[in-house]
Ligand binder design. Structure first.
Ligand code: PGA
Ligand code: ZN
Length: 429
């Protein structure tokens, strides 16, 4: 009898992401008629050590941003190498792509080509098995809906304002279900809109890359204070119900020559920045701070984490780039208590799951994350449930590419019915 899980066809094409940049879509078809379709996302504030997104650099097309080479790598190299394989052999297929690429950072075939294929393989397997992806990946143990960290004020590389800090997030923790948490987030998002409009005028409610407002602000405190007001005037409390988190993405405002950080119009040394974060965390009961320092500063992260004494989750994104070796370095030095997980920083699904495994084995919170350049692809929603969260970062509750993930989580919650658990019920924060 024919094995329905055998790959019958691998195709790829160039599609567009949420910034209008070209990106890679891969479509995999199995003998049993299963179809897996996945689209690679793209970052703007990328870490230096991320796997490489291959772009053509041909200035006559899409101003150099086209990905036709990556698309042709899927069709001409990856496709023939995995054709006829069983889609359930995810690790083996990922390994073949890693070997075929043979660089340390996936720069030959492109992490965009490899990741889209890797995710499409898993989706084709789930489709052939007629199972939701989260269940195919996580089995009967997958039933926890992640706590969303919603970025509702955008700064840094994602906005055209002067805010040094890239993301100001609300985190609805004090609720019983994921759908309640999303409802509350939307109420606050709308309240924030009226607060911004009345204080800064109509242009303050234009949105940035991740759907958060991008008001003409300069000071970090000003943005956090506005969030605090929106949370309070929506009727929620900052202690038990809705917390605030930041992603500084500090590499973006670090001056390597001066060895200082440009924030709020000042240049701060590393020591001063440690104090700055410490004061801010105490003042606003921050839940977490992501990338508070430059992407090489394992010691500064460790120093801050020590001073905060476990009261704030210190998260590594550009510092660790979903890379096990860098995570082990961070663990040895005590740099982080949380890690961002971005599948395209490492390039395959199995390496992403391995990374999550190492983090969880060491008691580190995992935050499954989108990129600022996204699409309708909602795979990360499934990964977040498959690994039982506990967190997901996928932007504001606005812009189709962000709501695609939230909506999929709402569907998964409904599908699970009484089995669904909201992660804040089982995670100690
Ligand atoms: P990026 O930003 O996708 O532009 O890299 C997201 C983040 O820094 O978390
Ligand atoms: Zn980040």
């Amino acid at each position: 009898m024919n094995n329905p899980f055998i790959i019958r066809n691998v195709d790829a094409l160039q599609v567009l992401d949420s910034r209008g940049d070209p990106t890679v879509e891969v479509v995999i078809e199995t003998v049993g008629g299963g179809i897996g379709r996945a689209i690679a996302p793209a970052g703007a504030s990328k870490g230096r050590y991320e796997a490489v997104e291959l772009r053509d650099g041909d200035l006559s097309r899409f101003k150099g941003r086209s990905v036709l080479k990556a698309v042709s790598n899927v069709i001409n190299y990856i496709g023939p190498a995995i054709h006829g394989m069983d889609v359930r052999r995810q690790r083996e297929i990922d390994k073949i792509m890693i070997q075929l690429d043979s660089t340390l950072n996936k720069s030959r075939l492109g992490a965009n080509a490899i990741l889209a294929t890797s995710l499409a393989v898993a989706k084709a397997a789930a489709d052939t098995a007629k199972m939701p992806l989260f269940q195919y990946l996580g089995g009967i143990n997958a039933r926890t809906l992640p706590i969303p960290m919603l970025n509702i004020i955008n700064g840094g590389a994602h906005a055209g304002n002067e805010l040094a800090v890239q993301e100001f997030m609300i985190v609805p923790i004090g609720f019983d279900t994921f759908s309640d948490a999303i409802r509350v987030a939307v109420e606050i998002y709308k309240e924030l809109k009226s607060v911004l409009k009345s204080r800064y005028g109509a242009s303050a409610v234009n949105v940035g890359d991740e759907g958060g407002y991008a008001p003409p602000m300069k000071y970090v405190r000003e943005a956090i204070e506005t969030l605090r007001i929106a949370i309070k005037s929506s009727g929620y409390d900052l202690e038990k119900q809705v917390r605030i988190s930041l992603d500084a993405a500090a590499t973006q405002f670090y001056d390597e020559d001066k060895k200082a950080y440009k924030i709020d119009g000042n240049m701060l040394t590393e020591d001063k920045l440690i104090e700055y974060w410490r004061d801010l965390a105490a003042e606003y009961n921050l839940l977490s701070i992501e990338d508070p320092f430059y992407e090489e500063s394992f010691e500064a992260y460790a120093q801050l984490k020590k001073e905060l004494k476990g009261s704030v989750i210190v998260i590594g994104d550009d510092l660790i780039v979903t890379n096990v070796t860098r995570l082990l370095t961070a663990l040895k030095q005590g740099s982080v208590s949380g890690v961002i997980v971005k599948p395209n920083q490492v390039g395959t699904l199995s390496e992403t799951l391995d990374f999550i495994g190492v983090a969880k084995a060491n008691g580190i919170y995992t935050i499954i994350s989108h990129r600022s350049g996204e699409s309708e692809d909602n795979t990360i929603a499934h990964i977040a449930v498959a690994v039982n969260g506990p967190f997901i970062k996928t932007g504001a509750p606005a812009r189709g590419e962000r709501t695609a993930k939230y909506n999929e989580l709402l569907r998964i919650e409904r599908y699970l019915g009484g089995e669904a658990i909201y992660a804040s019920k089982i995670v100690s924060i």
